[in-house]
Design a protein around this ligand. Structure first.
Ligand code: SF4
Length: 325
C-alpha cells in the first residue's frame, strides 16, 4: 500500500500565527484564552501546560478574572470587545485576518440595508461573532435551509471554512427562492481552506482509502472528511496515530492522507509514520503467505521440479514523500 500526502494539508497561517503569539507570551498565568485557540486537543493540552487560563466556548459570556484576554483566530464581535473593554480587560488579539475579512464583508452588506445571510455552521464561534454585530442577519448551513426570506435586499457571506461547493449551491438556492430580491454576495471563503479541499479532490482518483487527521470538533477537518466520504472512498477521521486500525487498510493499494488547518505538524507526521508501518507490516505478511504457498506447491504439487527453493522476496514498500517536518 502506498501512502500519498495531499499537496496542502495541516496548519494554516492563521492558526500558526495564533500559536506563535501564545507561545511567546511572557505571563500565560495572566491570560485567559477566550474559547478554544484552535480546535485540537493536543494543542489545548499544551496551552494548559504553559499555564494559560481557558474559558470554554460554551461559557464565553462570563467575564474572565485575568487582566488579559486572548481573542482566538476565530475572532469576536465588536460588541464582545466592548463588553470586555468595559470590564477593564486588555487583549492579545490573534484574530485571523481572513476572519476579519468576513466581518468587514458582512458589515458592508448590512450598511447597504441588506438582511445578511451567513452560510456556515450555526453556533460556531466565528459565525456567532459575525452575526452579533449585524442589525439584521441569520445563519443557514446549506441549500436545504434556504427559503424565501421575505426581504427585498439580501446579502450573503460564508464562514471562512465553508466548502466552496456548499457555498455555491446555497447561493443558487437563495437566488432561486428569492426571485424578487436584490441579492449581493461576497466570497469570504479563505484560501487555505480552498487549497486543502482542492488538494483532497486531486488525491481522490489515486486512492482507495483516506485518512483525515484533526480534532473532532474542527469544522474544516470534518469538511475534508465529508468531501472524501461523498466521493465514495472509505474515509477515517482520526485525532492521532493510536486511532488507526490496521483492518481499515486490508486489500487497499493507496491511502491518502490530509489534515485540517488546526492539526499539529507533529501529529500529521506521527500518523504518516504509523501508516507506513502498517503498510510495511502488511506487505511483509503477504510475502510470508506467498512464500508458504510457493513451498506448498513445491511439496505437494505435480508441477514441482523436485528442487526445494528458498524464496525470500523483499517487501516492496512504496513510500510517498517523507513525513512533514
Ligand atoms: S482556516 Fe482560514 S480563516 Fe481560519 S484561521 Fe486558517 S487561514 Fe484563517
Amino acid at each position: 500500500m502506498r501512502v500519498l500526502l495531499a499537496q496542502h494539508l495541516g496548519f494554516c497561517f492563521g492558526v500558526r500565527d495564533a500559536l506563535m503569539i501564545a507561545e511567546s507570551t511572557d505571563r500565560p498565568d495572566l491570560v485567559t484564552i477566550h474559547g478554544e485557540l484552535v480546535h485540537n486537543e493536543a494543542v489545548l493540552h499544551r496551552l494548559d501546560e504553559l499555564g494559560f487560563h481557558r474559558q470554554p466556548e460554551s461559557n464565553r459570556a462570563e467575564i474572565p478574572a485575568t487582566p488579559f484576554v486572548m481573542i482566538t483566530a476565530h475572532g469576536v464581535s465588536d460588541a464582545e470587545r466592548q463588553r470586555l473593554t468595559a470590564a477593564g480587560k486588555q487583549f492579545l488579539d490573534t484574530t485571523c485576518p481572513l476572519v476579519v475579512r468576513v466581518h468587514r464583508a458582512a458589515l458592508e452588506l448590512a450598511a447597504e440595508g441588506r438582511h445578511v445571510i451567513i452560510i456556515g455552521r450555526p453556533g460556531h464561534v466565528e459565525v456567532a461573532g459575525v452575526l452579533e454585530d449585524l442589525p439584521s442577519g441569520e445563519v443557514i448551513s446549506d441549500a436545504a435551509q434556504a427559503r424565501n426570506f421575505e426581504r427585498l435586499r439580501l446579502g450573503v457571506v460564508c464562514q471562512s471554512t465553508t466548502p466552496p461547493r456548499v457555498a455555491e449551491e446555497t447561493l443558487m438556492a437563495i437566488r432561486r427562492l428569492n426571485p424578487d430580491a436584490d441579492v449581493r454576495s461576497i466570497d469570504t471563503i479563505c484560501q487555505p481552506t480552498r487549497d486543502r479541499q482542492d488538494a483532497v479532490k486531486r488525491l481522490l482518483p489515486q486512492i482507495d482509502v483516506m485518512v483525515v487527521v484533526g480534532g473532532q470538533n474542527s469544522n474544516n477537518t470534518r469538511e475534508l472528511a465529508r468531501l472524501a466520504e461523498e466521493s465514495g472512498v472509505p474515509t477515517h477521521h482520526v485525532q492521532g496515530p493510536d486511532d488507526l486500525d490496521p483492518a481499515w487498510f486490508l486489500e487497499k493499494t493507496a491511502c491518502g492522507l490530509t489534515a485540517g488547518t488546526s492539526t499539529l505538524d507533529t501529529t500529521v507526521s506521527a500518523v504518516h509514520r504509523r501508516l507506513l508501518r502498517i503498510a510495511a507490516e502488511r506487505e511483509t505478511a503477504e510475502c510470508r503467505e506467498a512464500e508458504i504457498a510457493i513451498r506448498g506447491v513445491g511439496v505437494s504439487g505435480g508441477e514441482s521440479d523436485g528442487v526445494t527453493r528458498s524464496s525470500s522476496p523483499q517487501p516492496a514498500l512504496s513510500r510517498s514523500a517523507a513525513p512533514p517536518a
